[in-house]
Ligand binder design. Structure first.
Ligand code: ATP
Length: 210
């Protein structure tokens, strides 16, 4: 199981623009970090770099389990979830088809999928095409993935943004349970995370934070 994420001296650019330089921080089992910063500061880009979708200009992203450093590709394939703004749902497919596909792709079981559907109260939505779901309902469908296919590191991009108060409460419970099991959360947020979390302000972290 993934037990630590180490980011060391990371520099990231998008287009011609350098977003940040020399960013260093670590996250250990049971810890959460709230990534803050102005629009365009690079929060989403950092999450995508950790997930391996953007290559940094310099620096390293390393994943560790109890034995030592893991191969990054393996860690990314098996030990993390990236939940983005865009839920990555095909509009013409039903919620059931999309969730079923994702859970199978991620190696989750049918039982775990049923548990996730129950926890996120998705049963009445499963036969709707995803284009007919509201933003909050789509986010609940994405949150179901987190439960149906357990992974140690959750990379969450504004996870609460489209949720109403009641569903924010459920998301908070899911996060707290994940941390209590030794999971880790790195979340880009504009509002505070609803769990105890270290704050990592991208506007103020040039040069490194630990
Ligand atoms: N594919 C891309 N090509 C070029 N520039 C990009 C690309 N994707 C993002 N950017 C730029 O990178 C910068 C950082 O974007 P990013 O989405 O990481 O910011 P953010 O901190 O998550 O912002 P927000 O709070 O608005 O979600 C922005 O200026 C954005 O325009």
């Amino acid at each position: 199981m993934l037990t630590r994420l180490d980011i060391e001296a990371l520099s990231l650019s998008r287009g011609e623009r350098r977003l940040f330089d020399g960013l260093s921080f670590s996250l250990s089992a049971g810890e959460a970090a709230a990534l803050t910063g102005a629009n365009g500061a690079g929060k989403t880009s950092l999450l995508r770099a950790v997930a391996g979708f953007i290559r940094p200009d310099a620096g390293t992203v390393a994943f560790h389990d109890a034995e030592g450093e893991m191969e990054a590709e393996t860690a990314r394939r098996l030990a993390l979830h990236l939940l983005g703004h865009h839920e990555g749902l095909k509009p013409q497919r039903t919620a059931r088809q999309e969730l079923g596909f994702q859970v199978e792709w991620l190696g989750g079981s049918g039982e775990a999928m049923d548990a996730a559907v129950a926890r996120l109260k998705l049963a009445p939505l499963l036969d709707l095409e995803t284009r007919k779901l509201s933003a909050g309902q789509r986010r609940r469908l994405s949150l179901a993935r987190l439960i149906a296919a357990p992974r140690a590191l959750w990379l969450l991009d504004e996870p609460l943004a489209p949720l109403d108060e009641a569903w924010r409460g459920v998301a908070a419970e899911l996060m707290a349970e994940h941390l209590a099991r030794g999971g880790m959360i790195l979340a880009a947020v504009h509002d505070p995370l609803p769990v105890a979390a270290r704050s990592l302000d991208l506007a103020q972290t040039l040069g490194g934070v630990r």
